[in-house]
Design a protein around this ligand. Structure first.
Ligand SMILES: C[S@@+](CC[C@H](N)C(=O)[O-])C[C@H]1O[C@@H](n2cnc3c(N)ncnc32)[C@H](O)[C@@H]1O
Length: 268
């Protein structure tokens, strides 16, 4: 007989993530994967867009760029398309594969922090990827219910919050949906502070499952609480990314257990 996970009373809170910060991890991913194309949803000042060295697409309804996102030449971006609009409006009008002349290698989802938006962003990007492309999601591992609040104006739990000014929203429910409804994907959640970084690969550009069951999966996720989500989640140390072989480990055939691999090779 299996024992059900214990769900604590009161607002959920867990220790802060202890790994490398999400920007460092993204830089590492770019260095390891060397993507030929990069698509980003949610750019703000351009911190994450500036990391890419390849042709890029950035989508944000309100850019607030405060740096050189092209990163100059030689070695900078050969092209950078900025779309000042919501990601839904972008995908209704544009095809990234047509803009790039090929598939999206690396995508970063960091736009609207509500799970339906992050889920649609994933659903809209996947058809433009190769199976071994990477889709990275930010903010799916909030450390407490204040950080995970759906409404950023809600300050009712700010007094006990670990990061009173952070807002990850309920993006974590998009991760819950991908884990539950798309077992064909390979999903790795990393302990990058403050709110985690999730890497998804083994993509299926032809998959229509989420589109067909969109209303159902959104309804199911609405009823899930943060404590139950964490009870079923394995979180990997960002230190795993120090190994150059990490990326090839990640996209090994199904059944490959990255946690076991890391333990066996003494990386932690
Ligand atoms: C957290 S910021 C992105 C930060 C940036 N990626 C970084 O790490 O520095 C989120 C951005 O998403 C944008 N955003 C909000 N709603 C959006 C939507 N529906 N589609 C695309 N971007 C959206 C906001 O304007 C904001 O600039």
């Amino acid at each position: 007989m299996t024992t059900a996970p214990t769900i604590p009373d009161g607002p959920f809170s867990r220790p802060r993530h202890e790994g490398a910060g999400y920007l460092k991890l993204l830089r590492r991913l770019h260095a390891l994967q060397r993507p030929r194309t990069y698509l980003e949803i949610g750019t703000a000042a351009g911190k994450t867009l500036a990391i890419a060295r390849c042709p890029s697409i950035a989508i944000d309804p309100r850019f607030r760029l405060d740096r050189d996102v092209l990163q100059g030449k030689p070695g900078g971006k050969p092209a950078c398309h900025l779309f000042e609009m919501t990601s839904d409006a972008f995908f209704a009008a544009q095809k990234p594969t047509a803009l790039f002349g090929g598939p999206v290698d690396l995508a970063f989802i960091d736009g609207m922090h509500r799970f339906e938006f992050a889920l649609r962003d994933f659903m809209n990007i996947e058809p433009h990827c190769r199976p071994d492309s990477l889709i990275v999601l930010h903010d799916c591992l909030p450390v407490d219910e204040h950080m995970a609040r759906r409404d950023p104006r809600d300050r009712s739990r700010a007094a006990d919050a670990q990061y009173p000014n952070a807002w990850a929203g309920d993006t974590w429910k998009a991760l819950w949906i991908l884990q539950r409804y798309r077992p064909d994907l390979r999903i790795f959640a990393f302990d990058a502070p403050p709110s985690g970084l999730v890497v998804v690969t083994c993509l299926d550009p032809a998959s229509t499952l989420l589109k067909q069951r969109y209303e159902e999966v959104v309804g199911a996720a609405s009823a899930i609480d943060l404590a139950s989500f964490y009870a079923g989640l394995a979180i990997l140390p960002t230190a795993a990314l120090r190994r150059p072989s990490w990326l090839s480990s990640l996209i090994r055939p199904r059944g490959f257990d990255l946690s076991a691999h890391l333990a066996a090779t003494s990386v932690g």
